[in-house]
Write a protein that binds this ligand. Structure first.
Ligand code: DU
Ligand code: SF4
Length: 229
């Protein structure tokens, strides 16, 4: 219930003028293939059960993905790859994610994003990242009792984890901070979730073979292990 309230609150945020303008402009102009659809055009909340032990941290919603469907990673190629992998790992009840009411349910897994509004060129500014951070922190606070591992999809998400560690757990991040890498693990400690790096599931990585389905399967097998699943 607290998480549902937070999701609703996130959806009304207008704190970043550039992103508010962009998300709404995209929603008004649309992509031709989706012209019959009503775009969400608002901040996109996290997705998954409140008692998740695995958190998956992405960058931001895609303009015609989450910004269209209103569910993170839903309706874009990145999500196609991510949810297919979660299904293979037994963490999703179906391999596809096309709309908010498609019946998809995650098990033990909550998907978050570092920034909640679709940014131009998928690139939020540092100021936008910092403005949006408290939403992630509040969400992690609510999932904290069960959260055991955060999978960071890409370097932006990886770097968003450290302020969360400080704000949510009161744990000062290590200095220097461990560099992002695919398969890099920061172990956390008692009551503090581990952080596991994974190349982002974007087409740039999946079409080029930099990130393969087998690599994702390895990441989620490790995440389940770290989560005690
Ligand atoms: O074009 P695309 O595969 O939908 O991904 C666009 C871009 O946004 C890519 O860098 C992934 C990222 N992204 C994300 O971090 N979270 C989402 O929910 C959707 C896309
Ligand atoms: Fe609000 Fe985050 Fe969207 Fe900025 S990016 S308007 S802080 S929800």
């Amino acid at each position: 219930a607290d998480l549902a309230r937070l999701d609703a609150a996130i959806s009304g945020c207008r704190a970043c003028p550039r992103l508010v303008a962009w998300r709404e402009e995209v929603a008004a102009t649309k992509r031709a293939a989706f012209r019959d659809q009503e775009y969400w055009g608002r901040p996109v909340p996290g997705f998954g059960p409140p008692d998740a032990s695995i958190g998956i941290l992405g960058l931001a919603p895609a303009a015609h993905g989450g910004n269209r469907t209103g569910r993170i990673f839903t309706g874009d190629r990145s999500g196609d790859v991510l949810f297919a992998a979660l299904h293979r790992a037994g963490l999703a009840n179906q391999p596809t994610s096309v709309s908010r009411d498609d019946g998809l349910a995650l098990a033990h897994t909550r998907v978050f994003a570092a920034v909640r509004c679709a940014p131009p060129d998928n690139k939020p500014t540092p100021a936008e990242r910092d403005t949006c951070a408290p939403w992630l922190h509040r969400e992690m606070e609510l999932v904290r009792p069960t959260l055991r591992v955060v999978v960071a999809l890409g370097g932006f998400a990886w770097s968003a984890f450290w302020p969360a560690l400080n704000s949510v757990y009161g744990v000062r991040p290590p200095t220097p901070r461990p560099a992002f890498g695919h398969g890099t693990l920061w172990r956390g400690s008692a009551g503090v979730p581990a952080l596991l790096g994974c190349y982002h599931v974007s087409q740039q990585n999946t079409f080029t073979g930099r990130l393969t389905p087998a690599m994702l399967d390895d990441v989620f097998a490790r995440a389940k292990d770290l989560a005690g699943l």
